[in-house]
Design a binder for this molecule. Structure first.
Ligand SMILES: [Zn+2]
Length: 405
């Protein structure tokens, strides 16, 4: 398999790179950004067809994996012989624009200014979709035979968890990849894996009473105040020391709060959500127990009060990452090396659809154009050069994995 500089066949690489046209890549991205696919509601049909048509033109076989009509998932495949299956995945749905007055450039205009394409989804995640589709097109046009199978799997539903998107695809028997490359904004760095998540709901129960007679009740918001302070003073410094060479440190932040029923009632309940991101070695259940212990200690002595801590709906997930020396990350690193890009592996600190493939036992890495800190913001943009670079890198990773004898 891929190792050292023998990973990429130079001849094949040059043939494929010659088929990548900057203008065509840019225009494809602009066309895709101009097709709104805001989630919710998450109707991606037009964007999906746009990608499918481009791939069908160069001989890809088009199928869909669909549970909900508005949320088809593309399965475009091509094979010229025996070998492993490489799957590229990225998502077509985008988050809402927010107040459009906060945008300088129209969110679905895909205008280009100073070499940047502006628009909702320009980076997250239509830049990756574009680079994957155009890499596949280049490979097909080059005539370099694919030994194995290349699958382009553009999906719906990522921004709301992926149950009808990547999760559905990863569980489909038609999808059995040996290698998965998930496109998200990594600034074209090779991310060996992603952090885990173990968000928890913390609920404090007290006792209601008339607001004029507070001593008759037990104020749940008072208790929660102590818990939030304890999370800041005790938990956050502890987490800052839980580090891992690939990832940002372990972290938590209180992201939601609700409590109280009326201005003149002592609240009997208060709830917060703690967004908790975990590094390798941390387990969701331990993380929950740790928050519980801190919360119980914080309200100890407040008579008539109790606290419950529960993992979020999906029960949390551990961090995952591939060994740097495995063939999949090696192929992507080789591609970056070949192109003179950053070939130092790293990790991704946000969640991606990669977890759904990992849950089925398929190795997944994350790689794509764009800056994650621009995602979900007004005036989201991606550099044209980054998208072209990613197109080349994806194409070369495919050459590395799918052209071996
Ligand atoms: Zn994304």
């Amino acid at each position: 398999m891929a190792d050292g500089s023998s990973g990429i066949n130079k001849d094949a690489a040059e043939k494929v790179l010659a088929q990548i046209n900057d203008q065509e890549v840019t225009e494809f991205l602009q066309g895709l950004v101009r097709i709104p696919s805001v989630n919710p509601p998450g109707d991606v049909r037009d964007g999906m067809k746009y990608c499918a048509d481009k791939l069908a033109e160069v001989g890809f076989e088009i199928e869909y994996i669909t549970q909900e009509e508005e949320k088809p998932n593309l399965l475009a495949s091509k094979s010229d012989g025996d070998g492993p299956t490489l799957l590229f995945n990225a998502h077509i749905d985008v988050v809402p624009t927010g107040d459009e007055n906060n945008w300088t450039h129209p969110p679905f205009g895909a205008e280009i200014h100073d070499g940047k394409v502006y628009g909702r989804g320009a980076g997250d995640d239509k830049a990756s979709v574009t680079a994957q589709v155009m890499a596949a097109v280049a490979l097909a046009r080059s005539g370099v035979p694919i030994k194995g199978k290349l699958i382009i799997n553009e999906v719906a539903d990522e921004e709301v968890g992926g149950a009808l998107g990547a999760q559905l695809c990863a569980q489909d028997p038609r999808v059995e990849p040996d290698f998965v490359i998930v496109g998200e904004q990594t600034l074209n760095r090779v991310c060996l894996g992603e952090k885990g998540g173990a968000g928890c709901t913390v609920t404090v129960y007290g006792r209601a009473a008339h607001g004029a007679l507070p001593w008759e009740g037990v104020n749940a918001i008072d208790g929660m105040g102590r818990i939030i302070t304890a999370i800041q003073d005790e938990l956050q410094p502890r987490l800052a020391e839980r580090t891992h060479p690939l990832f940002q440190p372990s972290s938590c932040t209180v992201s939601m709060i609700s409590g109280g029923v009326k201005t003149n009632v002592v609240p009997d309940k208060c709830e917060i959500y703690v967004d908790r991101r975990i590094v390798p070695g941390e387990k969701p259940e331990d993380v929950r127990a740790e928050i519980e212990e801190i919360a119980e200690k914080a309200i100890a002595g407040m008579k008539g009060m109790r606290v419950e801590v529960a993992l979020g709906a999906r029960g949390g997930r551990e961090a995952h990452f591939c060994d740097e020396n495995d063939p999949l990350p090696q192929a992507m690193l080789e591609a970056n090396k070949f192109l003179g890009f950053n070939a130092e592996p790293t990790g991704f600190s946000m969640g991606t659809d990669g977890r759904h493939f990992v849950a089925q036992g398929y190795p997944a890495i994350v790689y794509g154009p764009g800056d994650p800190s621009l995602a979900h913001q007004p005036d989201e943009w991606v550099g044209v050069d980054e998208v072209v670079d990613a197109t080349k890198a994806y194409a070369l990773a495919a050459v590395s994995l799918l052209t071996k004898d």
